[in-house]
Design a protein around this ligand. Structure first.
Ligand code: XUL
Length: 524
């Protein structure tokens, strides 16, 4: 039987998948469904539901479930060998939460195959929508939980992160305070990842330490629920959460629903899902400490593997469990692709014109600076959105295109200094990593060579590789991470972008100006 493994990625704007052949090192299929386009009746824009309060951002779990059905349908129609898949795992946008009644366990175990996954899920939702990582409406809940955990230092030490607006714990607390009745009705709380693995496995899924660390509820050393954090967050919370289980856990065979509807092998294994960033770590090949990647997605993230748990004293960066063992560091900048897109659209440009604008403007942008806080920003924390400009004319389209990218790269460099070492080389992944002009600014600002990963969909690839690793570990008793990931994650040699020494020197100075502008604006 061939060694086919499937990875799914339920991300902010789309559900995507990668089907790989472990024996040949080939990717057999790579596809994505955009939520706004294929499921317009859920009313999302860029995958989310906005509110009149810009800090409140939700999405619909039913939409994610529907997308799963549509994706399997598409793969079946495309004639893919679904019956030969040995194991499936997945990746979910981190922090987002799903609220179900205590009937969820039975409903998911005994699915009605005449309905869709969404029909089944609809019967047990105790909250029709759930907050996602873009939600930053929980500042007062964060303050309360932080205080119970002994302040920022205590919170970072206990959970790997300061208590953070988008993290699931503060979001649960807000729900329990604002809608106590619905909270009481809630028997099970899932993450986007554990909802995905529950539907694929046909049973309530545990949460892995990669995604569990994004909740402010997990003891970052012990990798179990942290009693103090649970108590500080909401009543009876322990009973509503599934257990935490290693990222390589096999939950059992896949849901009979998938076997009957799409012809999956009844013996195919369902592997626990993880968060998109832990999955991207694997999909970028960062299975050993000391390597850094930048993912240019809806949010831009900078991450790397760590052997020991090193935390950020300023509380901006996070530590998550790595699916390859040990830990990973992560910093998340919310104004990633959405900010680049906003600039592009404001001036009525397409991506080629956006790139040309960067080429046509000088390195350093003649001193122009932008703080691209189109949305409330995560790092640095900005709750009142609004773009700030210095020496930059809002009418000057080319200068604004360069300014948004220079700002993003300088901000990443500035706010990743706590990790210690400056990266020796950077692996770029995510949709915008196809843009050469962006990669050049990245190389110049970090004064380090940048390599592009072949697949822009590192999270789905990481999920497929995690499925392969878990399967091999289970079957053979051992599985070598490097052996598994290397055929799929070698950076494209020809994609190497070297830093330009003059540009790097210029950004070294400009970074200080950016830092001063940023800190002045933060104190306004
Ligand atoms: C990480 C974060 C985002 C989401 C969505 O902390 O909030 O990267 O995982 O991609």
């Amino acid at each position: 039987m061939p060694s086919y493994f499937l990875g799914l990625d339920s991300s902010t704007q789309s559900l995507s998948s990668i089907l790989l052949d472990l024996d040949t090192g080939e990717i057999l299929d790579d596809r994505a469904l955009n939520f706004d386009e294929i499921l317009p009746h859920y009313g999302t824009t860029n995958g989310v539901l906005r509110h009149s309060d810009p800090t409140v951002v939700h999405s619909s779990p039913l939409m994610w479930a529907d997308a799963l059905d549509l994706l399997f349908q598409q793969m079946k129609h495309a004639g893919l060998p679904l019956g030969d898949i040995k194991a499936i795992s997945g990746s979910g946008q981190q922090h987002g939460s799903v609220y179900m009644t205590s009937l969820a366990e039975k409903q998911i175990r005994e699915m009605d195959i005449h309905g869709t996954l969404a029909d089944n899920l609809a019967r047990v939702l105790s909250r029709p929508t759930g907050p996602v990582w873009m939600d930053s409406s929980t500042s007062s809940e964060c303050d309360e939980i932080r205080e119970s955990l002994g302040g920022r230092e205590g919170a970072v030490k206990a959970t790997g992160s300061d208590v953070t607006e988008r993290f699931t714990g503060p979001q649960i607390r807000k729900f329990s305070i604002e809608e106590p009745g619905a909270y009481k009705q809630t028997g099970h709380i899932a993450l986007v990842s554990s909802l995905g693995s529950s539907l694929i496995a046909g049973q309530i899924s545990p949460i892995d330490p990669g995604d569990g660390a994004g909740m402010n509820l997990m003891d970052i050393d012990a990798l179990t629920w942290h009693s103090g954090a649970l108590e500080a967050t909401a009543s009876d919370l322990r009973t509503k959460l599934p257990p935490i289980a290693a990222s390589h856990s096999i939950l059992g065979v896949v849901n009979p629903y998938l076997v009957m509807k799409y012809g999956l092998n009844p013996a195919a294994k369902a592997v626990v899902w993880s968060g998109d960033n832990p999955c991207s770590l694997i999909g970028t090949g960062l299975v050993k400490p000391g390597m850094t990647a930048i993912s240019l997605g809806t949010s831009d993230t900078l991450f790397g593997a760590m052997s020991a748990c090193k935390t950020d004293p300023r509380g901006e960066g996070h530590v998550f469990g790595s699916p390859a063992g040990g830990y990973m560091s992560l910093i998340c900048f919310k104004n990633g692709s959405l900010a680049r897109e906003k600039v592009k659209d404001t001036y009525g440009l397409d991506w080629d014109q956006f790139s040309a604008s960067i080429r046509d403007t000088p390195v350093g942008n003649q001193g122009a600076l932008m703080l691209p806080w189109f949305d409330p920003e995560i790092v640095p924390k900005v709750l009142t959105p609004g773009v700030r400009r210095q020496n930059l004319d809002a009418e000057d389209a080319p200068a604004n295109c360069r300014a948004v990218v220079e700002a993003q790269m300088m901000s990443m460099r500035l706010h990743s200094e706590w990790m210690g070492e400056k990266p020796q080389c950077i692996y770029a992944t995510g949709g915008a990593s196809a843009n050469q002009e962006i990669l050049q600014i990245m190389a110049d600002v970090f004064a380090a060579p940048v390599f592009r990963q072949e697949t822009a969909n590192g999270a789905a690839l990481g999920a497929a590789l995690r499925a392969a690793h878990a399967f091999k570990l289970d079957a053979d008793g051992n599985a070598d991470w490097e052996e598994i990931v290397s055929p799929f994650t070698k950076p494209v040699e020809s994609s190497k972008v070297d830093p330009n020494a003059d540009a790097a020197a210029l950004y070294e100075e400009k970074r200080k100006e950016y830092a001063a502008f940023e800190s002045a604006q933060l104190s306004v």
